[in-house]
Write a protein of this length. Sequence first.
Length: 191
Amino acid sequence: MQKKEFWKQFENQPTIVLIQGDITQEDTDAIVNTTTRTFEMAGGVDKAITEAAGPGMKEACAQYGSMEPSQVIITEGFNLNASYIIHTVGPVYGKEGGKEADLLAACYKNCLWMADRYNIRTISFPVISTGIYGYPMDEAAKVMARSIGGYFFDPENMNSAIEEIHCVVFTEDKYKIVDEVFEELFNRNDT
Ligand code: ADP
């Protein structure tokens, strides 16, 4: 199990914690689920969270009918440690007419925006779209780092209560890829 902190030196920015692990075991206020347009269960993160949260979660999602890539909804955390689950739909790599990176960035920003509406202080993200939806890990990690960074450098979000962001990566090989990207993008002196 590996873990590393980024951005700890900045007082007004959240600490970014890169973690190798299972997102369902997180102790944060909110965890992010990568679901499908119709909330029907996919594999990967969605399956793990659905099983850990219990049947109430999919019933709560079903009330919304459907959503498009990058949109978000929020439910309670049901049987998870987290109080909330923020559900989003990632873009399918190569299938969104060239808008993949914009949609993926919007997923992260919309999740953070929703977290701020609920005064959430700690939130855990998986690396969205890098499983069934086929996004290459390094490209996805770059979008993740830039969009999280961009959110907190936007003056509109200056009053964000978010203190800690966990980026949870399942496997050791994927962790290494994200670590390299985060070292480059979060530890640069000009950020
Ligand atoms: P998507 O449909 O957005 O591609 P997936 O759930 O298939 O979503 O995969 C997203 C990423 O989450 C992949 O890198 C996958 O390895 C990882 N993953 C799968 N299960 C878990 C889990 N329990 N905790 C954290 N990450 C997970």
